[in-house]
Design a protein around this ligand. Sequence first.
Ligand code: GAL
Length: 332
Amino acid sequence: MKKILSLFACLMMVVGLTACTNAEPADEKKTVNVGVSIYKFDDNFMTLYRQEIEKYFKSLNTDEVTYNVTVQDGKNDMAEQTNQIDNFIAQDYDVLIINLVQSTSAATIIDKCEAAETPCIFINREPSEEDMKKYEGMISYVGADARQSGKMQGELVAELDNKGDLSGDGILQYVMVVGDPENVDAKYRTQYSIEQYQEVSGNKVEKLDEQRGDWDQAKGQEIVANALTQYGDKIEAVFCNNDAMALGAAQAITAAGRTVGKDIYLVGVDALAEAVDLVSTDMMTGTVLNDHITQAHKAVDAAVSAVNGEKLSAYYWVDYVKVTPKNASQFK
Ligand code: GAL
């Protein structure tokens, strides 16, 4: 009888074990909650960027792990964005990817993440170097060095046969359309495009007008339309801190009866599809690829590493690339 009982006990143990092993795979499937907040959805470049973040996370889903990605619109309002981040943290999200509304709010956000032990990847709007020293190994910035894009814009004009100097007086008369200064990209592109133009061309420059267009196409159009009315043929080149504003500028230039490449030059940054089309048909002098695909992938890869307990580097950089009528077809 004892034998039968112990046999029965053994059998039960085996059944129990099998039940356990059978249940394991289902229990093992991990869900990683990712909170993404974009400074505002209504931005051409950041729309492509956030779509790529979602697409790339989807491609990383496996039988073992699901990335549950929530993307929110900061509506260009820091209070709104802080609220979103507070909610992500309160709901115990595993990692955050943040495109700040206000770069100067980075320290506050980092402190919140540190208190909750939540890793955070900043994208597109660079926090100060000092802020990036906080919460080491758990925060990161993924971006491109805007000085490089500014220099490339300057070269796009300086490398033209006539160096953009249509009147031949050795001075480039230009209009600058500036982005939102909350992103240091605006400052650096404004400064370095002109410095590099002078260095490469050997020409002098005369700034006819400089206005803030907040990365926005309609504002770019308005600013350049007004400048064309005021300065007319004196304007030889229009530098826009991004392509959305350059697309607006292109509309204003056509409306004023001017022709890019003949009696005016126009450059942007981002390499939006519409801008690359204009470059390849000589309706824009050039643009600079702001590689949202590589930036999105690096941001996601960093987020995944952090979730897996790896220590993050403070910075991950992506290069810009010059786009001219000659190589534009590669960027379509
Ligand atoms: C820049 C980009 C702009 C705009 C801005 C938002 O890098 O060139 O088009 O998206 O970021 O911060």
